[in-house]
Ligand binder design. Structure first.
Ligand SMILES: Cc1cc2nc3c(=O)[nH]c(=O)nc-3n(C[C@H](O)[C@H](O)[C@H](O)COP(=O)(O)OP(=O)(O)OC[C@H]3O[C@@H](n4cnc5c(N)ncnc54)[C@H](O)[C@@H]3O)c2cc1C
Length: 487
């Protein structure tokens, strides 16, 4: 993916302004890190899809936890809303200042990029919230370990953002999502008080799990500044297959069979013929087979260095599925060939976004369904979009082993959410979740109660009120701040 532009240009803030709060904040982080120049602010004010944008009073870029503490103390006292931001790759509009208007300050955490030495005894590492996933991967792989979560936005997405959204990613089937990797956190509450539990204890039943609570809180409960993460053993012996199938039902049968047979399954991704066609046209990729199929699975297995030939094991498992299920298959082990097959799946997000730049930003609905409802969902969502928005384009892809589909609808205006409403209602009717891994953000706040029910939402609101009584942290995100004293 394209890197989110980094606006770390000294002197990019205006030299002097009449904003007393910004003057005080400059004394904390330095004038170069309080950005008010609209051109430099812009990349922090628009989300990755281009669907959500606003105007910030300033962008502030602290470099340490103590600077975050000072900033929050001042903003809390002044009642100034803060939008925490990491790599700005989020897909639900949660990291940009939309409905706070010019009053909100975007706090970019990317300068919190310290990486402590890997703890080889516990297999854990402590890193700053601004460390990108790719930098984390390089750091821990250099010490003989690996990290269990991976995703396409790895060059820009940060550890803090991934924890705040409880990111899932490509390897959830094997290692779980971010919540399963977080062993401890350091975070700063809205009023500037710091909470910290970074000792790396695997067993720690001392009351409420604050790190667990903050994971998935989307910047509404605290600003995450550091994290203690669990690492996994590297599995370099890899094979990647693309399998062509006739139906989604066949694909699900394949997933069930492979999960039962292979303990080395790292990823099982799905995409469809129209998405593959778009990816090949726009990203210049070669289709995997001469004759297209309706459905494609991308399967990766990963094993220890001394394990038997992974391509052999995977091809035998696929061969056993037989021609009734498998129309065509291609299996590779060389790193360049593996990357090429992975591009077929990973390029979906960026080519759909590029098409959106021409026809209007995509409506991105990231949902999970119970396995038994997936086929019904895909049939009904296609009919529903065709009926409600006949000229719209629908692209589906996702993490099939997790029941997670990314529903992308291009065509309806950015603020026309009738199709979103119908799709999310269908998801709830079928027993699914309106957000599998991207979070609620601004995009799905309206439907949170539909999914979770009024009691759960009121409990969330009560937690939010308790930790941030003035509602300065990301006020327009996740759970409506109704009943919270506005700043
Ligand atoms: C090409 C592409 C592929 C993707 N693939 C996946 C995928 O497979 N799985 C998946 O789950 N997501 C995926 N995403 C979505 C996105 O990368 C994740 O949501 C990621 O976790 C966001 O990290 P970030 O640092 O960019 O956070 P941002 O976008 O900057 O912020 C996201 C949210 O977290 C909050 N936040 C950020 N940093 C902090 C902090 N330090 N403290 C408190 N709150 C904070 C923000 O306020 C916002 O609400 C993808 C995105 C793209 C563009």
């Amino acid at each position: 993916m394209t890197d989110v532009p980094e606006a770390d240009r000294p002197g990019s803030s205006t030299a002097s302004h009449t904003d007393a709060l910004l003057d005080r904040l400059e004394r904390v982080v330095g004038a170069a890190h309080v950005i008010t120049d609209p051109d430099v602010r812009r990349s922090y004010e628009v989300d990755w899809t281009g669907r959500y944008a606003g105007e910030a009073r300033a962008v502030i870029r602290p470099a340490s936890t103590s600077e975050v503490v000072e900033i929050l103390r001042m903003c809390h006292a002044a009642g100034c809303p803060i939008v925490p931001q990491g790599g700005n790759t989020g897909l639900v509009g949660g990291g940009v200042p939309v409905d706070e208007g010019r009053g909100a300050i975007v706090m970019s955490l990317r300068r919190l990029d310290r990486r402590d030495a890997v703890d080889l005894v516990s297999g854990q590492v402590t890193v700053g919230a601004g460390v990108t996933l790719a930098a984390l991967q390089r750091h821990v792989r250099g010490a003989g370990w690996d990290f269990g979560v991976d995703l396409g936005a790895r060059d820009s997405a940060t550890v803090g953002g991934m924890i705040a959204t409880n990111a899932g990613g490509l390897r959830l089937v094997r290692y779980g999502g971010m919540r399963q990797q977080v062993v401890g956190l350091e975070a700063v509450l809205a009023d500037g008080r710091r909470v910290e539990r970074l000792g790396g204890l695997l067993k720690d039943n001392t009351g409420y799990d604050l790190a667990g609570l903050m994971t998935g809180s989307e910047g509404t409960l605290a600003v995450i500044t550091r994290a203690r993460l669990r690492l996994v053993a590297p599995q370099p012996n890899r094979a990647v297959a693309v399998v062509g199938l006739n139906t989604l039902a066949d694909a699900l049968e394949v997933v069930v069979a492979l999960r039962a047979e292979l303990t080395t399954l790292d990823a099982v991704e799905v995409f469809f013929a129209d998405g593959l066609r778009l990816v090949c046209e726009r990203a210049g990729l070669r289709p995997p087979f001469e004759v297209p199929t309706a459905v494609y699975l991308l399967i990766e297995t990963a094993d220890r260095p001394a394990a038997p030939d992974p391509a052999h094991t995977l091809s035998e498992a696929i061969a056993r599925l037989g021609p009734r299920l498998v129309v065509d298959a291609s299996i590779v082990t060389e790193p360049a060939a593996r990357r090429e097959l992975w591009r077929l799946r990973e390029a979906h997000t960026e080519v759909i976004n590029a098409l959106g730049a021409e026809v209007g930003a995509p409506h991105k609905l990231d949902v999970t369904l119970p396995a038994a409802a997936l086929v019904d969902f895909v049939d009904r969502v296609s009919d529903l979009v065709a009926t409600m928005a006949p000229s719209a384009k629908l692209f589906l892809f996702g993490h099939l082993a997790d029941g997670n589909l990314h529903v992308n609808v291009l065509g309806p205006d950015a603020d026309d959410d009738r199709v979103d409403d119908a799709v999310l209602r269908l998801v709830v009717d079928l027993g699914g979740s309106i957000s599998a891994e991207h979070g609620i953000g601004r995009a799905k706040r309206r439907w949170l109660e539909l999914d979770r029910g009024p009691v759960a939402v009121e409990a969330m609101r009560a937690i939010r009120r308790a930790l941030d009584p003035r509602a300065i942290l990301n006020p327009g995100v996740l759970v409506s701040p109704d009943g919270i004293a506005a700043p």
